[in-house]
Structure formats: structure tokens, C-alpha cells
Design a binder for this molecule. Structure first.
Ligand code: IFM
Length: 456
């Protein structure tokens, strides 16, 4: 019996992704630790607290879990506020900690991808106005230089900034992340500064480490248009440009186009050795005359599909191929899937979601897209920002009881392990993990045998 196999290219990277504030615990000197102190900012007033206790060394046992899943890579971030606790003063002990973390990855044959900015800022930067202050660009560059000097002999893959437009939208338009603003003007200014910061970081890293591979992680959303399409389509286009495309256009052309005008940032042009795609949800866009402060654009959850918790969209795995296709046409560099996953504490839907995602990814690669690796979000349940430890927002392949630090393996971890070990998704995996969907995903020979040739 032939078993259909979706084979991935040799050397493909398979891993999981994490970020410092979400897993380390004990962060007290960044803007998120301050934000968590105020009621109403995080689910049930929770605090990141000990998170997954990585700062105390528990990363080693979680990296062993990654090895047990046959991963060959891991994406993680370093915490700026630990490395540069005061402007211009660098903490060697913190840098040595990260040297040990990277060594722990290398000892396990896990290729590190290191993110330099994943949502958090040192308190001192926040006191200077955060990313609204144009000086943030030089401060970030100084931090990046120090990190690359310390870790550059161990790290090749650098990710400058995680999800710049999520950072902008959640922090400066929706008010859900610090600094909790609702201002399109502020959003615009911060976007300009982030683009400049990426460019400055790119050039600084290349200066110190010419062989480095530098990129960033860009979140993309899929968007349906509310009906009637003729009326609502402009809302879909505005939202798609703002959230998905403007930043990328800035990187490929050196010009950022946002409502309010164009800004030339020539130094940002051609500053991608690779681009990371973070993909999770599909939304629905429409016009709403009641929200002028959001340019009348209303982005809501579709009514049907694989619906996650209310504050997020529909989990629609096939959006992966949609975005890979667009990026392949518009950005001339290799891609990584730097995040993909879904919240599902009971692991009811995750195996199907994972199989459909990997299926979608394989289709794109087999249509010639240059995708070099896939990082599942996430290795172990962690602090999910404004959702805190809300049980509806468990993204881990391993569960984590944050009181006891006890880990529990979900069946998706076993599935992911099989995919990574085989460097392939097979019909047999689909039949065992999602039997009701296996035939639709993998027509086996028995299905083909039923196809009769027309009689002559
Ligand atoms: O937990 C986040 C991560 O920090 C950024 N991307 C989306 C994830 C899940 O919401």
C-alpha cells in the first residue's frame, strides 16, 4: 500500500518559538511588568510572575522536550531590560546567562534564532517616551550592538523585531498593550521609528557579523470582506494595507505609506536576508461610521469556521499558503514561518489545525516558494500578554501549571515530533491523528482505485 507523503526539503528547520517575558519569569524592569500592576490590564489581574521559570534554568528541561520532538531549531528572545538595565550600562551577568542558553541549544543541535525586540521595553526607555521618542532608534541600535558582540559567535539567525504592527496596533490604537494609547498619529510615528530601528539594527549586525542572516517576524492576518462587498471592500483594503503590507513595502521600497502621508526611510531598503511570517487568524473587515478614530474600519471575528476565543479571529490554517504566495511575489528573500499555532488547552482541534497548516505550507513550498523553516508557537504554555494565563489561551505543545511548574505533554507534541522526525507529513499520520479528515487531506490508493476511467 502506497502511503502519500508530503516531504520537506533537506535541511528544513523545525522548531518552536518563545519570547523572554512570556517564559522567563522574574522580569521587574520592563514596561510589561509595570503594566501588569494595574487592574484591568491583564486577565483577572494576573501577573507574569515566574512564567515558565526559564530565568532559573528550567529552559534546559524544555529544550530537552524540543529534542524529544526531533526539533532542530528554536526561536527565542533576549530581554532588553535585563541586558541594559540603565541607559548605556550593560549587565555582563545577564549576557552570560544568554550565552548559557544559546550553548544549551547548540549542545542539543537546536539552531537558535534570536529575536532582539519582542514587545517589551526597559522602564527607562518608557520613561523617555518609549517608541514615540525618535531616540529609541539609537538606543535600540546600541543594545543590538552589545548583544551581537556577546552572542554573534554562537548565533547566525537574528530577528530584529517581532510583529511591529501588532506592537503598534495593540499599544497605540487599541490600548490593550502598554502604553495603552488610542491614537492614529502616535501609531504612525511609532511605525516610522520601528522601521528605522530595524534598518539601524540590520546595518549594525552586518557591521559586526557580516555572515549573519538578519530578518524580522511579520504578523499577517487573513481578511474576508463583509457583505455587501462593494460597500465594505475599501475597509478590507485599508486594513490589509495597514496591518499586512505597509511595513513590508517600507522594507522593499524605502518608503512607508500610511494614512497621513509618505515617509522616506531609504536606509530601510533591502534590509532583509529573510522574512518571518507569523500567522494565526482570519478576520472580517467592514466599514463602520461610528469609529472615525479607526478610520471607520471595523475588523471583527467571522461568524463561522474554527472559532477561537472571542477576542481573536477564526483559526484558518490555509491562510499560510495565501500569505506565503503574496510574500514570495513581493519580497525577494527566503521566508521562515516564525510563528503559527492556535489556543486550545484540551488539544481538541490542534492536531487538525497543525496538519492542515503543515499541509498548506507544503503546498506553497511545492509551488516553488522558498520557505526554510517552521517554528510552532509555542513549546510550553506561557504568559499570553493581556490574556495572562487565561485557560482559553493555552498555545503550548506542552501544558504548564504555572503554580507548580509541572509540564504535561499534549498529543499535538507527539504529532509534531513525528512530522519533524520524518521531515514530512504522511497519510498515515493523518489517519492516526485526524481519522475523519484523512481522506480529504490525503487521497490514498484505495480512493484512487475507485476512480474509473471512462469506457471507450
Ligand atoms: O504569544 C503571542 C506572541 O508573543 C506573539 N505572536 C502571537 C502569540 C500568540 O498570541
Amino acid at each position: 500500500m502506497v502511503d502519500f507523503t508530503m516531504q520537506f526539503p533537506a535541511g528544513f528547520l523545525w522548531g518552536t518559538a518563545t519570547s523572554a517575558h512570556q517564559v522567563e519569569g522574574g522580569n521587574t524592569n520592563n514596561n510589561w511588568s509595570a503594566w501588569e500592576k494595574n487592574a484591568g490590564h491583564v486577565f483577572q489581574g494576573q501577573k507574569s510572575g515566574q512564567a515558565c521559570d526559564w530565568w532559573n534554568g528550567r529552559y534546559t528541561e524544555d529544550f530537552d522536550r524540543a529534542v524529544a520532538m526531533h526539533n532542530n531549531a528554536h526561536r527565542l528572545s533576549v530581554e532588553w531590560s535585563r541586558i541594559e538595565p540603565e541607559p548605556g550600562r550593560f549587565d555582563d551577568a545577564a549576557l552570560e546567562h544568554y550565552v548559557r542558553v544559546i550553548d544549551a541549544l547548540r549542545e542539543r543541535n537546536l539552531e537558535p534564532m534570536v529575536t532582539l525586540h519582542h514587545f517589551t521595553n526597559p522602564l527607562w526607555l518608557q520613561d523617555k517616551g518609549g517608541w514615540l521618542n525618535p531616540d529609541a532608534v539609537q538606543h535600540f541600535e546600541g543594545f543590538v550592538r552589545r548583544v551581537v558582540e556577546a552572542l554573534g559567535d554562537r548565533v547566525t539567525l537574528w530577528c530584529t523585531i517581532n510583529e511591529p504592527m501588532v506592537f503598534v496596533q495593540a499599544g497605540y490604537i487599541m490600548g490593550r498593550f502598554p502604553p495603552g494609547k488610542h491614537s492614529m498619529g502616535a501609531a504612525r510615528r511609532v511605525t516610522v521609528h520601528l522601521l528605522k530601528a530595524h534598518a539601524a539594527a540590520y546595518h549594525a549586525i552586518k557591521d559586526i557579523q557580516p555572515g549573519a542572516q538578519v530578518g524580522l517576524a511579520k504578523a499577517m492576518i487573513s481578511l474576508k470582506t463583509r457583505t455587501p462587498g462593494l460597500i465594505h471592500k475599501p475597509a478590507r483594503n485599508i486594513s490589509r494595507h495597514f496591518f499586512n503590507r505597509a511595513f513590508i513595502e517600507g522594507l522593499t521600497t524605502g518608503v512607508l505609506r500610511l494614512a497621513g502621508g509618505k515617509t522616506a526611510i531609504p536606509e530601510a531598503r533591502d534590509t532583509l536576508d529573510w522574512l518571518g511570517l507569523n500567522y494565526y487568524y482570519r478576520f472580517q473587515a467592514g466599514l463602520n461610521p461610528l469609529i472615525p478614530h479607526r478610520l471607520f474600519v471595523d475588523v471583527t471575528r467571522p461568524r463561522e469556521g474554527l472559532l477561537g476565543p472571542e477576542s481573536v479571529g477564526e483559526c484558518w490554517p490555509e491562510g499560510l499558503a495565501e500569505h506565503i504566495k503574496w510574500l514570495s511575489r513581493h519580497v525577494g528573500c527566503p521566508l521562515y514561518i516564525t510563528e503559527n499555532g492556535m489556543p486550545d488547552a484540551d488539544d481538541t482541534y490542534r492536531p487538525l489545525h497543525m496538519i492542515r497548516s503543515v499541509h498548506s505550507l507544503w503546498q506553497a513550498i511545492n509551488m516553488n516558494a522558498s520557505v526554510k523553516g517552521y517554528f510552532y508557537w509555542t513549546l510550553v504554555d506561557n504568559f499570553e500578554w493581556a490574556e495572562g494565563y487565561d485557560p482559553r489561551f493555552r498555545f503550548g505543545l506542552y501544558g504548564c501549571d504555572h503554580e507548580t511548574q509541572e509540564r504535561s505533554k499534549r498529543q499535538s507534541a507527539a504529532l509534531y515530533g513525528e512530522i519533524c522526525e520524518a521531515n514530512a507529513l504522511t497519510g498515515d499520520m493523518a489517519r492516526r491523528y485526524v481519522p475523519d479528515h484523512a481522506d480529504a487531506l490525503f487521497p490514498g490508493v484505495d480512493v484512487l482505485a475507485e476512480v474509473r476511467l471512462p469506457e471507450r
